[in-house]
Ligand binder design. Structure first.
Ligand code: ADP
Length: 220
């Protein structure tokens, strides 16, 4: 199944590129020249192909995590977080996002994979907010592990959904209300488990969510 997901998502990229680029050409050349039904149909195809591209790209990232070797090195998570936030600067400024973070540790990890975890959790915290997003990134140390957290004051998640959201394609809202592919948290789960850690959420509907993940100090 894993191999199938990888091959399918990889090999679907090329034909999808073709569909997307010819639909764009079709839209450019014939928009407003046919009847209004035709315009609507063209819009639906363009939207559908963009959505398919997002799904395939995310699925590919997810399935690649099983095939690539995890590259462990010592990484300063403060620096890693700065890098991630720099990449999200436009959204952060546009949405007036307030982010504070504790002093983060240096850990042995695959920094590119862990960067993806921070990026996915932070962009979810920004997305699932109805007011100005406020985010706190925390770090707590025990004898055996680090517990890292991304907390927000957003829409929250009911207790009945808190396990399922880590499954591939599981989403709780329509795409219209909150866009997304439903793969972000499955990627986080896979990365954390590859680092022998655990990931979970503590949340109350309407009050906010805190996503936590552990990184054992005794790294592989
Ligand atoms: P996506 O963000 O593309 O929908 P994810 O796998 O990242 O997919 O998240 C799955 C679902 O979990 C989301 O659709 C949303 O319903 C819920 N969710 C994730 N993060 C949060 C959050 N910070 N606050 C509220 N709901 C969240």
């Amino acid at each position: 199944m894993e191999q199938f997901a990888y091959v399918a998502s990889h090999d679907l990229q090329e034909p999808l590129r073709m569909v997307t680029s010819f639909t764009q050409l079709l839209a450019m050349k014939y928009k407003n020249k046919l009847d209004s039904d035709a315009d609507d149909y063209i819009d639906f195809i363009v939207e559908g192909s963009h959505r398919m591209k997002d799904l395939i790209d995310d699925l590919l990232v997810y399935s690649r995590l099983n095939t690539v070797k995890t590259e462990y090195q010592f990484s300063d998570l403060d620096q890693l977080l700065d890098k991630v936030l720099l990449g999200m600067k436009n959204t952060i400024v546009e949405k007036h996002v307030q982010i504070i973070h504790d002093k983060l540790p240096t850990v042995r990890c695959d920094s590119s994979q862990l960067g993806q975890v921070f990026q996915n959790l932070i962009s979810n915290s920004i997305k699932f907010h109805e007011t100005t997003p406020k985010i706190h990134i925390s770090a707590e140390e025990t004898d055996e592990e680090w517990i890292l957290g991304v907390s927000d004051e957003g829409i929250g998640i009911g207790p009945e959904h808190q396990k399922q959201i880590f499954d591939v394609f599981k989403r709780l809202h329509t795409r219209k209300k909150y866009p997304g592919t439903g793969i972000g948290l499955s990627i986080c789960k896979r990365v954390v488990e590859r680092h022998n850690g655990k990931i979970w959420v503590e949340s109350e509907l309407g009050k906010g969510s805190s996503f936590y993940f552990t990184l054992p100090k005794k790294s592989p």
